[in-house]
Design a protein around this ligand. Sequence first.
Ligand SMILES: NC(=O)c1ccc[n+]([C@@H]2O[C@H](COP(=O)([O-])OP(=O)(O)OC[C@H]3O[C@@H](n4cnc5c(N)ncnc54)[C@H](O)[C@@H]3O)[C@@H](O)[C@H]2O)c1
Length: 670
Amino acid sequence: MLAVVGAGNMGSGIAQKMATEGFDVVLVDLDDDRVTRGVESIRGTLAAGVARRIFKEDDATAILRRVRPTTRFEDLADADLVVEAVFEDLDVKKDVFARLDRFCRPDSILATNTSSFAVTDVASNTRLPERVVGLHYFYHPAKNRLVEVVAGARSAESTVAKAWTLQEALGKTPIRSKDSCGFIVNRFFSPWLNEAVRLLEERVANTATIEAAAKQGFGIGMGPFELMNVTGIPIAVHTADTLGRAFGPLYQTPALLRRQFESRRPWDLSGDIDGSLVDVVTDRLAAVTFHVAAALVDEGVGTIEDTDIGARVGLRWQRGPFEMINKRGIREAAALASDVARRWNVRLPDRLLKQAASKQPFELRLVTRSVVDGIATITINRPDAMNALNERVMEQLNELFMLSVDDPGTRGIVLAGTGKAFVAGADIRFFVKNIESKALDRIVAFTKRGQELLLAVERSPKPVVARVHGLALGGGVEMALACHYIVATPKASFAFPETGIGIYPGLGGTQRTTRRLGKGLAKWLVLSGQAVGAEEALAIGLVDRVVPYDELDGAIQELIARGRPGARQPRAIPETHRAVADFFEHDGLDPAARAAAPADPRVATAVRRLGSKAPIALRIASELIDRGEKLPIERAVALELERLEEIFGSADAYEGLSSLGQRPPAFKGV
Ligand SMILES: NC(=O)c1ccc[n+]([C@@H]2O[C@H](COP(=O)([O-])OP(=O)(O)OC[C@H]3O[C@@H](n4cnc5c(N)ncnc54)[C@H](O)[C@@H]3O)[C@@H](O)[C@H]2O)c1
C-alpha cells in the first residue's frame, strides 16, 4: 500500500497515478472537506480521460476505488511509501514528517515533494532520516512522467534505490538530482522564464514575438508567458525568489515579473510577431539555458544526460540543453554562454570551457554503468524512446559490457533499462531511413553487431541477468534471452511485434526462443506476436523469476551468487499451453491446419492474429526457426542475417515500418 499526504493539486494527481498503476493508496488531508476535494479532482481527471477514451469507464471506477481518503495519520501505519505533498512551508512539512515518523513502519520510505527546500532540512525532525528521500514530481503528476529522485545528506542509498525502482513501477521516468536548490529542472527552467521576462522588460521584443521564438527555438507548444498564465505566475515568482537567494543575481526575480504577480493579472499575449527579432530572442533564451545547465553539471547536481531527459520529459522540449549545444556547435554555444557570464559578472562554467577547448561536441551517453558490490548494472537510458536500440546504444552497450567482462572487480552483470520500459525493440526510424536511402547494408551491419554483442553476452564467463521491469518488445526480448537469467516484475510483458510490421526478429529471436521454450511455443510467440505478461512468461519458462519491485535487486544478487547456469533445457509445456504449442509445432501457417484448428482459446486468438501479419515475414521467420533449431547458436543466428536484405527489401517491410503508429498496415505479400 502507498500513501500521499496533502490532497491538493499535486497530492491528488500523485495518488491518481499510483492507483492507476494498480496500487492501493491512502490519501490524507487536514479535514473531510479538503480530502473530498482531492478525490473529486481525481474523479474529474478520470472522467476527462474516459471522455478522451484513455480509460474505460470500468477502469476509472476501479482506479477511484483504490484511493482511500482519510484524515487520520494512523491509517498510514502500513504504507510502503508515503509521499508528502502539503503546503510549501518548512514548519508544516517538518511537523508532517515528525508525525509520519511516529505512525509509519520503520522500513517505510518517506518522501517529500518539496520544490524549494532541502530534503535534508525536511527530514531533520525524524528519528530515521536515512529512510527519507525527495521525490519531485511535475504538474500534472498523473500525466507528466518525470520525477526527480533526491538523496538528502543522510538518506540511505538502499532507500534511494528502492524509491527509484518504485517510480519505474509507477510508469515514471526518474532522474537523479543532488539535494540542491531547484534540483535539476527548475534550476534551468526558472532562469529561462526570467530571461523571457527580461527580454520584455528591456523592450527587446513584445510577448507575441518572444512566445513565437521560444516555441520555434525549443520545439514546444506553449511559450514562457502562456505557460506562466497556465501554471501560475506566483509559482514562477516563488521559485525565482528561492533560486535567487541560493545562487545570486542571475537567478533573481525580474522586477517586471514581480509587478505582474502583484497586479494579479495574466500576461497579455496579444501583439504582432516581429520575425526579424526571432533569432535575437532565441539566442538570449538559449544562452542562459546553456550557462545554467553547465553550471548545475559543474556542481554535480545532475548529469548532462539527466539534464537533457529532464528538459525533454518534464518540460517537453524537443531537445535537452546539451543536445541543443551540440546542435549549435560547441564554439557558438560557448560564445553565447560567455555573453551571459559577462552580463552577470560570473564565471563561465568549467564544463563549457573544457568542452569548447576540446572543440568536440558533448558525448551524450545513452547507456550508463554503475558497479555496486561487484555487480555491474548496465542501463539503457533513453526513457523517452522506451530505450529503443539504435547504432549508438548498441555501440555503448558493447563498450560497457566488454569493460565489465574484463573488469576483475565485477563478478556479475545486469542489463537494464530506465523508465517505464525495459527495451521496446529497435529504432524503427533507423530502418525506415535506410530503406528509403537504399542502404540495406547498414541494417545488416547494425544487426550483425547486435548479434555479436548478444553472443558475447551468452558466452560471458560472468553471469548476466536481464532486469525486466516493464515492456520488452522485439530486440528487448532478444537481449533478455541472451542473458543467463531473466528476472521480471509483475509489470513486465514480452512480445515479438516484428511480423506485424513486415519483418522478423533478427537478433536471435527466431533461435534463442526455441532453445528456451521449444519450437511450438517459440513459433507461437514469434509468428503471432502474442504478448505475454510476467506470470504467463514464468509458467512457460520465458523468465526465471517474477518478484515484486522491492525484491528485484535481492533476486538479482541471489542469481548472480549462484553463477552461470548449466545447459538449459526447455521447461515442460504447461497444460494450458499444450494446444497452442502443438498447433505451431505442426505448422500453424498451413491454411488447412488453420481451418482445422482445435477449439482452444489461445489457438483461436493466434489464428486470428496471423491474419494481420505480413505473409513473407511469417514464412521466413517460420523457416528460420525450423532450419536453426538443431544448429549451434552461432550458425543459427547467422541464418537470420542471410535473409535480412530480402525482408527489408520487401514492399511489405516498408509498409509495415512506415505505417507504424499512424494506421494499420496493408500488406500485399510482396
Ligand atoms: N504545483 C506544482 O506545480 C508543484 C510541482 C512540484 C512540486 N510541488 C510541491 O508540492 C507540494 C504541494 O503543492 P500543491 O500545489 O499541491 O499545493 P496545494 O495547496 O494545492 O495542496 C496542499 C494540500 O496539503 C494539505 N495540507 C496542508 N497541511 C497539511 C497537513 N499538515 N496534513 C495534511 N494535509 C495538509 C492542504 O490542505 C492542501 O490540500 C508543495 O510542496 C509544492 O512546492 C508543486
